[in-house]
Design a protein around this ligand. Structure first.
Ligand code: NAD
Length: 491
């Protein structure tokens, strides 16, 4: 698969309202992560623009009949939208690779097809859940009718721009809501293209709107808007707290919050195939250069395996080289921004000061590419108070702690703040299931690490990793409320 020339890609540098691109004034410079070049000026939606977007979504909800349309018709339009998304792979994958940390080969092999499949997955729910009939006295009929909420405000992060858009928008639309999405100001453009494709598929104007801007201006105004019925958010725990506050002050309105993580990978000495586990562990911390909410960033390993596993991890890490995200063959992602690279450096420096031992990496790659690339890094740590263990780094930095028995392993796995995901690697099914019961995490993977591509299992956090669930039936249901109806039959 050849790479592409960034100069030839048209940038949809606009909001998307009333079914068309709406260009605003200059606002924020948008930078390509791989080479650090500014390639667009992003309009920033102010209160008036947010108001217009919400009015567009409200109009579509009440008057364009999206909510009242036959559910199968909604499903049919969404399936067409998924087909058009897949057919647009050349442009969508290039736009994603240009402006985000996603290498072009991965954007083509995963991000675009996974997004299309997500739209299909949620479309299938549209006509599968109408409500329930209650067990009332025989002379009455009691029902719970499932209804859409209205205008859903969606706020997305930068790490997987296309698929995060799909996670937020597809279940909301399938349930009959209309949406105003604010993508991250660092990766704002593929959402606009997805919204255009929705129009081409026949989804009415105003059903899916995109507003551009930063969190403090545009995101906050969206959360506080009185006509927004719900906010669904993915991003950091700190921002999630702000959003919940804004929704409480101006509602209260319901929230789904998918937040940060610091996920453990617990490896016991009985694993049958150390090479296979090493490949899993390496992928879980270097995929998207560790800029993944469920990155397996804390390795807890039985002492007997410590040295052999570190040797194998190093071998995997050494194969990764920086590359432009638009060059064919690039596998290793840049760090999203200079600010984020500085943050990684700061946590690593504090970790070393606090006694961590640097085993591998610990610095940026020296390259002439222009973007920031951070070396896959291993920090050996003995103390769980070390910043490398406590803080979400959002980079390719793995802390490693050794344990001597199961009890110690599971105690170390517990994190005081985060509970997003965990991995357990063992040949002993009883031990695996004890760990599943014990670990405080929204998802536990056994002898694997990472979600399946089928959307079926919900994802979300325990503790301060979040509230509510994305994916699965749960994500669809989170976009509905239920009306109780009781009818006397004897009148
Ligand atoms: P972030 O919290 O900085 O920003 C996320 C979004 O929120 C952006 O669109 C931003 O503009 C907006 N925002 C910022 N301040 C806001 C405010 N006051 N009001 C409204 N909106 C505001 O997060 P990020 O750096 O884009 O993404 C990385 C974080 O996302 C990590 O913590 C990661 O763990 C988390 N994440 C979680 C999941 C999950 O499923 N749990 C998935 C991906 C990323």
């Amino acid at each position: 698969m050849p790479g592409f020339d960034p100069a030839r890609i048209t940038i949809p540098c606009a909001h998307f309202l009333h079914g068309r691109q709406v260009r605003g004034g200059a606002g924020l410079a948008v930078t390509r992560p791989a080479d650090g070049q500014v390639y667009a000026e992003l309009p920033v939606a102010d209160d008036a623009c947010v108001d217009e977007a919400v009015a567009s979504a409200r109009q579509a909800f009440f008057h364009a009949d999206w909510a009242r349309r036959a559910p199968r018709e909604r499903a049919r339009l969404m399936r067409r939208w998924a087909d058009l998304t897949e057919a647009d792979i050349d442009y969508l994958a290039a736009l994603e690779a240009l402006g985000s940390t996603r290498p072009i080969d991965q954007a083509r092999a995963w991000d675009v097809p996974y997004t299309a499949e997500g739209i299909r997955f949620f479309a299938e729910f549209a006509d599968k859940h109408g409500g329930e009939v209650a067990a009332t006295a025989h002379n009455r009929l009691g029902m719970q009718i499932a209804e859409p909420l209205g205008v859903v405000g969606a706020i997305a992060p930068w790490n997987f721009p296309l698929s995060m858009t799909c996670w937020k928008v597809a279940p909301a639309l399938a349930a009959g809501n209309t949406v105003v999405l604010k993508p991250s100001e660092m990766t704002p453009f593929t959402a606009v293209r997805l919204a255009e494709l929705a129009i081409e598929a026949g989804i009415p104007p105003g059903v899916f709107n995109v507003i551009q801007g930063d969190g403090a201006t545009t995101g906050d105004a969206l959360c506080r808007h009185p006509d927004v019925a719900k906010i669904t958010f993915t991003g950091s725990t700190v921002t999630g707290r702000h959003i919940m506050g804004a929704c409480a002050e101006t509602g209260p309105k319901p929230v789904t919050l998918e937040l940060g993580g610091k996920s453990p990978q617990v490896v016991f000495g009985d694993i049958p195939d150390i090479e296979r586990t090493a490949a899993t562990l390496a992928g879980a911390i270097t995929g998207n250069a560790g800029q993944v909410c469920v990155a397996g960033s804390r390795l807890l390993i039985e002492r007997s395996l410590l040295e052999p596993m570190i040797k194998r991890l190093n071998a995997h890490f050494e194969m990764l080289e920086p590359g432009l995200t638009w060059a064919s063959g690039s596998r290793f992602s840049p760090i999203i921004s200079e600010t984020q690279a500085n943050r990684i450096e700061s946590v690593v420096a504090r970790a070393l000061e606090a006694g961590a031992e640097l085993i591998e990496g610990g610095s940026r790659f020296e390259t002439s590419l222009g973007g920031c690339f951070y070396r896959p890094t291993i920090l050996r740590v003995d103390n769980s108070d070390n910043p490398a263990v406590k803080e979400e780094i959002f980079g390719p930095v793995l802390s490693v702690q050794a344990f001597d028995d199961e009890e110690e392993a599971l105690a170390l796995a517990e994190h005081e703040v985060y509970g997003l995901a965990a991995g357990v690697h063992t040949a002993d099914i009883g031990r695996a299931l004890r760990a599943v019961r014990r670990l405080s995490a929204g998802t536990v993977w056994v002898n694997r690490y990472g979600r399946s591509n089928d959307y079926i299992l919900p994802t979300g956090g325990y503790k301060r990793s979040g509230i509510g669930r994305d994916l699965g039936r749960a994500a669809f249901e989170a976009n509905l409320h239920h009306k109780s109806v009781l009818i006397d039959l004897d009148t």
